[in-house]
Write a new protein. Structure first.
Length: 160
C-alpha cells in the first residue's frame, strides 16, 4: 500500500461515518416512522405504549381546552393563563426521545406550534387580561389541532 493510499483510508472512513450520521439524522429528525394511511392521511407507526402515551396527551389537550373555555366564559383571564401554561412547551419536554424520533418533522413542527401557541396565550392573558383576545388565540390554536388531525393518524406495527 503506498503512503498516499494509507493517508486516504481514514478520510474515506470519516466520509462514510458522516454519511451514516447524516442518514440517521434524516431518518430520526425528518422522516420518522411512517406508513401510508388508509384514508389519505400519513400513518405514524408507534408501539402500543407509545401510542397510548401520545393519545393520553391528546386527551389532556381537550381537557385543557375545556378548562380554558370555561374560565373565559367567566371572564377570568388569570385562570385561563394558568390552564394554557400547563399545555405550553414545558409539557412538550415530557415526550420521550424514542417517540420524538418516530414523529415526522411536519408533525413535530405542528405539535411545537400548538405548545408555543398555549405559551403565548398564557403570557397575553396575564399581561393584557383581554378574554376576547385569548379566545381568538384559542381559535387559532384549535385550527392547528384540526390541521394535524387532517394530516396524520397513529398506527401500531402489525403483530409479529
Ligand atoms: C401534531 C399533530 C397533532 C396536533 C397538533 C394535535 N393532535 Fe390530537 N391527535 C393527533 C393524531 C395523529 C391523533 C390520532 C388520530 C387517529 O389515529 O385517527 C390524535 C388524536 C386526538 C384525540 C383522540 C384521543 C384518543 O384517546 O383517542 C384527541 C381528543 C385529540 N387528538 C385532541 C387534540 C387537541 C384538542 C389538539 C389541539 C390542542 C390536538 N389534538 C392537537 C395529532 C395531533
Amino acid at each position: 500500500m503506498s503512503p498516499s493510499t494509507r493517508r486516504r483510508i481514514p478520510l474515506v472512513i470519516i466520509v462514510v461515518l458522516l454519511g451514516v450520521i447524516a442518514a440517521m439524522a434524516y431518518k430520526f429528525i425528518v422522516v420518522g416512522s411512517v406508513a401510508k394511511g388508509d384514508d389519505g392521511r400519513v400513518a405514524v407507526v408507534l408501539e402500543p405504549g407509545e401510542r397510548a402515551f401520545v393519545l393520553r396527551e391528546m386527551r389532556a389537550f381537550v381537557a385543557g381546552v375545556q378548562r380554558i373555555s370555561a374560565v373565559l366564559a367567566r371572564d377570568d383571564p388569570k385562570a385561563a393563563a394558568a390552564a394554557a401554561r400547563q399545555m405550553g412547551m414545558g409539557a412538550a419536554h415530557d415526550a420521550p426521545p424514542a417517540i420524538l424520533a418516530k414523529l415526522p418533522l411536519g408533525f413535530k413542527t405542528m405539535a411545537f406550534a400548538v405548545h408555543r401557541g398555549f405559551d403565548a396565550m398564557a403570557l397575553d392573558a396575564e399581561s393584557l387580561g383581554d378574554t376576547k383576545h385569548t379566545l381568538s388565540q384559542l381559535a387559532d390554536t384549535l385550527g392547528k389541532c384540526v390541521e394535524c388531525h387532517n394530516a396524520y393518524e397513529f398506527r401500531t406495527p402489525p403483530s409479529r
